[in-house]
Design a protein around this ligand. Structure first.
Ligand code: CP
Length: 337
């Protein structure tokens, strides 16, 4: 078997067969993408996550749901929020969690992804949490991992970031309740954003009233309308009357060519400032998956303002990741019975 990474990963994985992600009984076995999951499954994740939400500054009690399980964080790309909240989630579920430091691992000596996985499997692990610069990396690992192992996608290329989308849905539901009446605007670099793709799948699955994507033509995927969204190129027009604004980071590291005149010009046209925020409903919430480029996609006055729920998104990341980890492990134990 060819174990060269780039030859084995489908760079445009497209729709996944649900059999890879679900058990025969329809339980979540891996969490790779929102695409193809039912509204009931998304609601189950949100309901379970709600049970794990804890108030700030309260003592954290540990749940024994993953006691005796070993979880490996495999982050081939940098992360602050996702990696830390997965680690906290695993520890609050009583799992043993190990971070593989990719920079000091044998990856730097040329070991393939598949060989890395095989060797980690030999250490008797139960779950891989994978962030990778290549779209499809988590699917690839899920396809080749041993049957008792669950794989959670912590962000793959520009394709998918499903736990981010679910923590965003939890935050929206906490503030706004049901999804059908909501108008949600996603603003910025839609082209390179795995977060936007997963959010669009989640919002349309949960029947949000309208999903708008707003950004320059150069940062808008061709044919994005087919995902069930309305496209705007004018920020003020796109924000008119919305309930939720999700700002996205400009992903310069994924831009092959100069897609923008300058960061300053981008901020003038698409940066969220008080004047643009005033176009949304007065009780609209402002979200950002982080990390934010202040003064590029969002003004500090708005990022730190009363409508911002950005830090609540981060806190909800722990609860959503606890929910998903406990669901995949319970699906695995059901399968092994
Ligand atoms: N939102 C998000 O994925 O942030 P990190 O890159 O810090 O994990």
């Amino acid at each position: 078997m060819d174990s060269n990474l780039s030859s084995m990963i489908d760079l445009s994985p497209g729709p996944l067969p649900s059999s890879l992600q679900l058990t025969r009984e329809g339980k979540l076995r891996h969490f790779l993408t929102i695409e193809g999951l039912s509204p009931l499954m998304l609601e189950e994740i949100l309901d379970r996550a709600e049970q794990f939400v804890t108030l700030p500054n309260k003592n954290q009690s540990k749940a024994p749901l993953l006691r005796g399980k070993t979880v490996i964080n495999l982050f081939f790309e940098n992360s602050t929020r996702t990696r830390m909240t997965f680690e906290l989630a695993a520890k609050r579920l009583s799992a043993d969690l190990i971070n593989l430091d990719i920079n000091t691992s044998a990856t730097s000596k040329g070991e393939s992804l598949l060989d890395t996985i095989r060797n980690l499997e030999a250490m008797n692990v139960d779950m891989f949490i994978v962030r990778h610069q290549h779209s499809g990396a988590a699917h690839f690992i899920a396809r080749y991992a041993a049957p008792h192992i669950s794989v959670l996608n912590a962000g793959d290329g520009h394709h998918s970031h499903p736990t981010q989308a679910m923590l965003d849905m939890l935050t929206i539901r906490q503030h706004k309740g049901a999804f059908p009446p909501l108008k949600v605007a996603i603003v910025g670099d839609i082209l390179h954003s795995r977060v936007a793709r997963s959010q669009i799948h989640a919002l349309t699955t949960l029947c949000a009233g309208e999903v708008r994507v707003i950004g320059p033509r150069t940062l808008m995927p061709v044919g994005v309308e087919a995902m069930g969204v309305n496209v705007f190129h004018d920020l003020y027009e796109g924000l008119e009357g919305v309930d939720v604004i999700i700002m996205l980071r400009l992903q310069k590291e994924r831009m092959q060519n100069a897609l923008l005149p300058s960061a300053h010009e981008y901020y003038k046209r698409y940066g969220l400032r008080k004047e643009a925020l005033a176009c949304a409903k007065p009780d609209a919430i402002v979200m950002h998956p982080g990390p934010s480029n202040r003064g590029v996609e969002i003004d500090s006055v708005v990022a730190d303002g009363s409508q911002s729920v950005i830090l609540q998104q981060v806190s909800n990341g722990i609860a959503v990741r606890m929910a998903v980890m406990s669901m995949v492990m319970s699906a695995q134990s059901g399968k092994l019975k």
